[in-house]
Each structure stands twice: as structure tokens, then as C-alpha cells.
Write a protein that binds this ligand. Structure first.
Ligand SMILES: N[C@@H](CCC(=O)N[C@@H](CS)C(=O)NCC(=O)O)C(=O)O
Length: 205
């Protein structure tokens, strides 16, 4: 099988992919980068990801960047783990919606909350509409559970769940009961526990 290597800094957005890799359950290597030292701006890494950002994933000869895209790729590439909704399944549209909702709505809404603009564009111009709309839509989506796709845990939970965990940790998302219950369910997943423990070890080294 082609080798999997995660270009990683712990903790960072590449921790999302580490969690996903633990869910997939295939062996992988870590290529650790020190962002403070600027490893990600060195020519060798810019050849991997010209954005100079982690995560990046190498799978054999393929390099994928952007956390949500990597999660979608892994889910499709390793279907035995049942982390995707396959092509042909009518639920795939909703699954893809949540995978894209992370980077296109949740992340920019949180970033604008953290760094407000004096005069932001109108809600109809902003791709995410408004912060309150994103929060309400998310709360409704996770209220039923246990996961976004009902009983089926998918890569979309890794992406959206990571956004919710991170957003609440930094007080940029409200601790709505729907969010804390959902994140609580995610925290019980052994793969997330393993990823978090391994990242803690790396961060302490
Ligand atoms: N759009 C990217 C964002 C990745 C990102 O911003 N990563 C940060 C770490 S959390 C990074 O590499 N920062 C280093 C830098 O930009 O110098 C994704 O979702 O994967």
C-alpha cells in the first residue's frame, strides 16, 4: 500500500487530519514542522504546499492540501473505514454540504468574530451570511445526533466537530447545549483520544 505521510505541527489545523487518520486506522508517518522556526516557509516545504501551511498529506505520489479536502480524500480512498457517504448514495449531497460548510462558513465566521472588521460586508455578500445564522444552522444540525449523518460517523464530523471544539475552546463559539453534547460524544471516540494524546506528547517534546 502507498505510504501516508502527514505534514504536521502539533497542535494546529493539521491535528484535524491526525484525528481523521486515527479514524481511518491505516499506518501513517508524521513529518513534523516547527512553525515558529519557519520550517513551513523553507523551499523544501513550499514545494509540498506553496501556501506554506499545514496540513499537507502525501499518499504515494499524491499530495493533498487543505484539511477538509484531505479528510474527504481519506474517507473515499479507504472506504473500509466507512467514513464517507459513497457516490450513488442519496445522502452524499448532505455529507458533502457539511464537509464544505466547515471551511466556507464555520471557519470564516469564527475568524471574523475573532478579528472584527470596522465595516464588514452585508450578510448577502458574505458567503457565510452571518455569524448568528452559522451558529443556528450548526446547532440544528447536531441537535439530533449522534452525528451529522445520524448514526453514521463520517469525515464531515471530523471537519465540523473540529471547528466546534476549537471554536468553543477559544470562546469564539457559544457553549450551546447542542454543541457541548455533540462535542462530548466526539470526545468519547478512541481515535480522537489517541490523536489528542499523541499531539500532547509532540507538543511537550
Ligand atoms: N486553509 C488551510 C489553513 C491551514 C492553516 O492556516 N494552517 C496554519 C496552522 S493552524 C499554518 O500552517 N500556519 C502557518 C503559516 O501560515 O505560517 C486548511 O484548512 O488546511
Amino acid at each position: 500500500m502507498a505510504k501516508l505521510t502527514l505534514y504536521h505541527a502539533a497542535p494546529s489545523r493539521s491535528s484535524i487530519v491526525r484525528w481523521m487518520l486515527e479514524e481511518v486506522g491505516e499506518p501513517y508517518d508524521i513529518h513534523l514542522l516547527n512553525l515558529q522556526r519557519g520550517d513551513n516557509r523553507a523551499p523544501a516545504y513550499l514545494a509540498v504546499n506553496p501556501m506554506g501551511k499545514v496540513p499537507a498529506l502525501r499518499h504515494g505520489d499524491v499530495v493533498i492540501t487543505e484539511g477538509a479536502a484531505i479528510c474527504a480524500y481519506l474517507a473515499d480512498e479507504f472506504p473500509k473505514a466507512r467514513l464517507n457517504v459513497p457516490v450513488g448514495d442519496p445522502r452524499r449531497g448532505v455529507y458533502l454540504k457539511w464537509l464544505f460548510f466547515g471551511p466556507s462558513c464555520v471557519e470564516p465566521a469564527i475568524a471574523d468574530r475573532a478579528y472584527p472588521r470596522a465595516e464588514g460586508p452585508s450578510a448577502s455578500t458574505l458567503g457565510y451570511g452571518s455569524y448568528d445564522a452559522v451558529v443556528d444552522v450548526l446547532a440544528q444540525a447536531v441537535a439530533q445526533g449522534p452525528y451529522l449523518m445520524g448514526d453514521h460517523f463520517t469525515a464531515a464530523d471530523v471537519v465540523i466537530g473540529s471547528g466546534l471544539r476549537w471554536g468553543m475552546m477559544f470562546k469564539l463559539l457559544p457553549e450551546r447545549p447542542e454543541f457541548t453534547a455533540y462535542v462530548g460524544r466526539l470526545s468519547e471516540r478512541p481515535a480522537l483520544q489517541r490523536a489528542t494524546a499523541k499531539d500532547k506528547e509532540l507538543a511537550a517534546a
